[in-house]
Design a protein around this ligand. Structure first.
Ligand code: KIV
Ligand code: NA
Length: 265
């Protein structure tokens, strides 16, 4: 299969081909994912929790992400590599540009940032400078101090409406991909229909244009945090690490994952 490029993401949405995304932090796992049909690989700031052992994503630095992007990038031939802008790195457009340049120089093809509001200016600033951007709405883990925990977002009408408006706004600002985390399946479905850019769900139901999971969750590696409802241990199903990654991709493409037991309503 051809290596992924940014414009191919829009083609996939138009043609109804599901996008399969996982997080990776090193070259070895990245290679197994690349060999087993994973389309998009994210060096997530989940790094802070699953690799570094922190209680949140807030302590992760730009240099931490850049290092792992350089590791992951050496394992890839086909998948598109996305790098998370860690907490604070997208506080101003200039800071976001500096961090994004490091990530692109380390091998990423796109950067991801959480939220809308003042982040719309950041998205426009990066996109104007030829840096592809993935947005992230719903449960945004960098908001944990304000939210007081990791909870499903958009359950009330007003909150749901805000997330819908934000979804259209990030696309209008130039984002080419949108992660929706921990929102009711019906809300993610409505956003996916309305959104001109592909949606990637995590705890957002099966209607999204693609799905993402954190590697450690996919493999049932316990990192000391309560396991959210949307997490499924694909190692049990796949029988090996390559098998688990392949099973995830197969189930995303067939629509078997996520089922109602791994989603919110
Ligand atoms: O940091 C991360 O792993 C993420 C995904 C869960 C989308 O942002
Ligand atoms: Na993240």
């Amino acid at each position: 299969a051809k290596p992924w490029t940014v414009p191919m993401l829009a083609d996939a949405k138009r043609e109804g081909r599901k996008l399969v995304m996982l997080t990776a932090y090193d070259a070895g796992f990245a290679r197994v994912m690349d060999d087993n049909g994973v389309d998009l690989i994210l060096v997530g700031d989940s790094l802070g929790m699953v690799v570094q052992g922190h209680g949140s994503t807030l302590p992760v630095s730009v240099d931490d992400i850049a290092y792992h992007v350089s590791c992951v990038s050496r394992g890839l031939q086909r998948a598109l590599l996305i790098a998370d802008l860690p907490f604070g790195a997208d506080a101003t457009p200039e800071r976001a540009l500096d961090a994004s340049l490091k990530f692109l120089q380390a091998g990423a093809a796109m950067v991801k940032l959480e939220g809308a509001a003042h982040k719309l200016d950041v998205i426009r600033f990066l996109v104007d400078r030829e840096i592809p951007v993935c947005a992230h709405l719903g449960l945004t883990p960098q908001s944990v101090l304000r939210l007081g925990g990791y909870k499903v977002q958009g359950r009330e009408d007003k909150a749901a409406k805000q997330i819908c408006e934000d979804a259209l706004a990030v696309a209008k600002a130039g984002a080419t991909l949108l992660v929706l985390e921990c929102v009711p399946s019906s809300l993610a479905a409505a956003i996916t229909v309305a959104s001109p850019i592909p949606t990637i769900g995590i705890g957002a139901g099966a209607a999204c244009d693609g799905q993402v999971l954190v590697l450690h969750d996919l493999l049932g590696v316990n990192t000391g945090h309560r396991r959210p409802k949307f997490v499924k241990d694909f190692l049990a199903q796949g029988g090996s690490i390559a098998g688990a990654i392949k099973a995830f991709g197969d189930d995303v493409r067939s629509g078997a994952f996520p089922d109602a037991a791994h989603a919110y309503e």
